[in-house]
Write a protein that binds this ligand. Structure first.
Ligand code: NDP
Ligand code: A1CAB
Length: 270
């Protein structure tokens, strides 16, 4: 299989790292990016072929992954218009760019929207997938199996739900990093040195994540098991609850979902 990434930034690098570590089914893995530094880094770290010109990079490929910022997508459409073979599978990881817009701009019928996240860099990502009606079962499976090389996958049948996936898991690592930062800073404010506070906060985040996946119980039960009646955790959780923690997370995810919809020009997908 020949595959080209358009854009070689954070998300493309995370996916390429996951794909490269899995000995994927690639005859050729190419990346187009205008930045010389990005091209040199990707070629040196992952042995991919790099191109400054996106149109040149897609010649003869089976799969194109669009991995530029949503705001840059119109320029990419302009560059690639009329140059994509109609049978090409196009996978877009961009927040808020509708499958129908890609079908119209590139003249292809098979578009999969994939919303991965940066833990893909370590093979620990999770990707939500939506396949446009023009995708064959084989193309859906190709997209799913490619993204599965970077972690878990889930599929949604309603394109509008990709904005919710984006808000929960695409942006989600940032929420956990923010909580880890806050925990570290709180420990430091109460007297721990920076290194100790960082070790405690980051290993706690890691341990909680591993338990959430492998702890043999759902996260609510795992939380209850930490919370001794009348103990320290209860005191902390009551403070978080009184501050509206659950409502605040819900409002944050709602804001991210709405931003995804705004990026697509608003409204529901056609
Ligand atoms: N970061 C994340 O956690 C996630 C991001 N996404 C999605 O991935 C996409 C990329 O995001 P991210 O990787 O963070 O962004 P980055 O800015 O890190 O990467 C985008 C890359 O595209 C390059 N680029 C700009 N113009 C072009 C062009 N015309 N042709 C080819 N490449 C170009 C940029 O170069 P330069 O910097 O020189 O402009 C940059 O290297 C977005 O659409 C985002 O919604 C999805 C899930 C998670
Ligand atoms: O912040 C963003 O818009 C992108 C999409 C999901 C994660 N990063």
């Amino acid at each position: 299989m020949r595959m080209t990434f358009i854009g070689g930034g954070n998300m493309a690098t995370a996916l390429i790292a996951g794909l490269a570590s899995e000995n994927g089914p690639f005859e050729e893995l190419r990346v187009a990016d205008p930045s010389n530094d990005a091209r040199e880094r990707l070629a040196a770290d992952y042995g991919v072929q790099t191109f400054a010109d996106a149109a040149e990079a897609i010649d003869g490929v089976d799969v194109i992954v669009l991995a530029v910022k949503p705001q840059v997508m119109p320029l990419v459409f302009e560059t690639l218009r009329g140059k994509v073979a109609p049978g090409t599978l196009v996978i877009s990881v961009a927040a808020g760019i509708r499958a129908g817009a890609i079908v119209d701009a590139l003249g292809v019928s098979a578009v999969v929207r994939a919303m991965p996240n940066t833990p893909a860099l370590l093979g620990a990502g999770v990707t939500g997938l939506y396949a446009s009606p023009g995708c064959s079962d084989e193309q859906r499976e190709t997209a799913r199996s490619l993204l599965a090389m970077a972690g878990a996958t889930v599929s949604v049948d309603d394109e509008g739900l990709i904005d919710v996936v984006t808000a929960v898991s695409g942006s989600g690592p940032a929420y956990f990093f923010l909580l880890t930062e806050a925990l570290r800073d709180a420990g430091q404010a109460l007297g721990l040195d920076a290194e100790t506070a960082t070790t405690l906060a980051t290993h706690t985040a890691h341990g909680a994540g591993v338990m959430a996946l492998q702890g043999g119980a759902d996260v609510s039960e795992l939380r209850r098991r930490v919370t001794s009646p009348g103990g320290t955790t209860q005191a902390a959780l009551e403070t978080l609850g009184a501050g509206g923690f659950g409502e605040l997370v819900a409002a944050a995810v709602d804001a991210a979902t709405r931003r995804g919809r705004e990026l697509s020009g608003g409204g529901d997908p056609a």
